[in-house]
Design a protein around this ligand. Structure first.
Ligand code: 13P
Length: 301
């Protein structure tokens, strides 16, 4: 059944001149059939450089929106429009403007996990892969960082700039069970523990490295270790096992994003058949959000 579904997706993908992008948190069957699997930044780069006319984005809504911002002339499809992100939804324009009014010398660096309307109010965007680089690059000594407080705190420890941090969090990462992480470390004492910066500071203290998902792949590739405990969304364990079949990976506790799992092969097929749901946006919001996203892309090179 799945084989024929994948064959139908492949056929339609060619007919529609589409490319399928998938985040590393996506279910295994989606990662297996995607043209590119990556982190938020890598997928943004793919979205901005692809020759395809249609981008099918298997991820959550802010990621598909970013693809649309970067490639406004392409048709960007999110196969499940309800695949949202509670972290992105925790920030709105009026509240950010109030904070900006309180810190008039600050420029705003906004994590891409945010709505396009809020990106339009920011100086620059960032992902977990380039947050410190972007904060260092903005031409101000004070920065507002939003909406993830854990990533903001992590960055603030490595920069001399004054960072005003928004109090938002990813509920999957921020509620990671630290006791369970410690037990997993006891179970696999020889393993390296890698955690995402959206996890709380107590997790960073236990970890060997605090990295975004792309950084985790690079860490494993250059590490001599055989075993790794992974402190991020569980889809990443599948991704790492696929890339490094000779190594061992275990989740460092249950970190699960139900929104990332809303996309199925059936929904991808349907979205290619109907060429919807298409990501749409007010053109002025897109233009202003595009400036913030472009500053991120320029910084990252
Ligand atoms: P990455 O930047 O590592 O892709 O992480 C994305 C994300 O949404 C984490 O919750």
């Amino acid at each position: 059944m799945n084989d024929s579904m994948e064959a139908r997706i492949d056929h339609l993908k060619r007919k529609r001149d589409a490319v399928i992008l998938a985040h590393s948190y996506q279910p295994p069957e989606i990662q297996d059939m995607a043209d590119h699997v990556g982190d938020s930044l890598e997928l943004s780069v793919k979205a901005s450089t692809t020759d395809a006319s249609v981008i099918v984005f298997c991820g959550v809504s802010f990621m598909a929106e970013t693809a649309h911002i970067l490639s406004p002339d392409k048709t960007v499809i999110l196969p499940e429009p309800d695949a949202g992100c509670p972290l992105a939804d925790c920030i709105e324009v009026p509240a950010l403007r109030t904070l900006q009014g309180m810190h008039p010398d600050s420029l705003t660096v906004l994590y891409v996990n945010s709505p396009a309307s809020v990106k339009a109010e920011a100086y620059a965007c960032c992902t977990s892969a380039n947050a410190l680089q972007v904060v260092e690059s903005v031409p101000s000594d004070e920065v507002i960082f939003a909406p993830d407080r854990n990533l903001g705190t992590f960055i603030s420890r490595s920069t001399k700039k004054r960072v005003h941090i928004w109090n938002g969090a990813c509920r999957s990462h921020a509620t990671a069970d630290i006791g369970e992480m410690a037990s997993r470390k006891e179970e696999w004492p020889d393993a390296r523990l890698l955690v995402h910066p959206e996890t709380p500071p107590e997790a960073w203290e236990l970890a060997d490295a605090v990295l975004g998902t792309g950084g985790m792949i690079r860490y494993v590739a250059s590490s001599g270790s055989r075993r790794f405990l992974i402190g991020t969304e569980e889809g990443m364990v599948y991704r790492l096992k696929t890339l490094f079949p000779e190594r061992e990976f275990m989740p460092a506790g249950l970190i699960y994003c139900e929104n990332m799992k809303k996309i199925s092969l059936q929904k991808v097929l349907l979205s290619l058949e109907r060429l919807e749901p298409v990501v749409e946006m007010d053109p002025e919001v897109r233009r202003r959000a595009g400036l913030a996203v472009a500053r991120m892309m320029e910084t990252t090179g």
